[in-house]
Design a protein around this ligand. Structure first.
Ligand code: SAH
Length: 231
């Protein structure tokens, strides 16, 4: 058995111990090779339960956070899912195993180009991406059964995202409140009514407006949020 396969099994057991119970989610994580999404110099840590840098001041989320967010979306193979923050594309690939189609938006075009290469290499055909400001959602494709945002919103989710969720749909998003972040689940019960549930404290990079210029300094996010997406 390869070194990665052994480590992957250890990670899955670790996620089960932490309370991830949905076997379909664990199988999806088992199927997606996380080592190809992390920088070559960090492949050794690909199956550690930690966030890792992916360039442009961004991070690939910690596997436990990816598993928990995915589990809380309660995905079905008929779901149309919107993802904000493609990043490395790792979370996108996990989602793509479990739903009909993922629409994913990333504001850093160079990250998106790399992620798209991965989707091709892994022969995942149910992912559609766009470079843009995910705070505005994806109106032409709305409404969505589920929405996942992998960058932290200030105070509450952008209104457009709430609007683009189907009634009965679920959104999972980190929200920054008083300098702390909490992973929150919004279930849309009516046109303007949502049931809220706090899942756990998290640390994500911030949700930022507009598309990023192609040449941005690596220091873009060195503010209070410049931490890794870890619990
Ligand atoms: N899910 C990713 C995690 C990426 S980190 C992974 O598995 O690798 C969060 C990402 O959100 C970053 O790439 C950041 O550029 C992106 N982001 C932040 N604000 C955004 C916005 N308004 N629209 C689209 N992407 C955004």
């Amino acid at each position: 058995m390869s070194l990665f396969a052994t480590r992957k099994i250890r990670l899955i057991m670790h996620l089960r111990r932490l309370g991830v119970a949905d076997m379909k989610v664990l199988e999806a994580i088992e199927r997606v090779p996380r080592e190809v999404f992390v920088p070559a110099a960090m492949q050794d840590q690909a199956y550690e339960d930690m966030a890792l840098p992916i360039g442009r001041g961004q991070t690939i989320s910690q596997p436990f956070v990816v598993a928990t967010m995915t589990e809380r979306l309660e995905l079905s193979d008929r779901d149309k899912v919107l993802e904000i923050g493609t990043g490395s594309g790792y979370q996108t690939c996990v989602l793509a195993q479990l739903c009909r189609r993922v629409y994913s938006i990333e504001r850093h075009r160079p990250l998106l180009v790399q992620a798209e290469q991965m989707f091709n290499d892994l022969r995942l055909r149910n992912i559609t991406t766009i470079a843009g400001d995910g705070m505005k959602g994806w109106k032409a494709q709305a409404p969505f059964d589920k929405i996942i945002c992998t960058a932290a919103a200030r105070g509450k989710p952008p209104q457009e995202l709430l609007d683009q969720l189907k009634i009965g749909g679920i959104m999972v998003i980190p929200v920054a409140l008083d300098g702390k972040q909490v992973l929150r689940r919004y279930k849309k019960e009516g046109e303007d009514t949502f049931a809220l549930k706090d899942i756990m404290p998290v640390r994500f990079v911030p949700l930022l407006p507009d598309i990023a210029p192609d040449q941005v300094p690596e220091t873009e996010n060195t503010d209070e949020f410049m931490q890794t997406a870890m619990v």
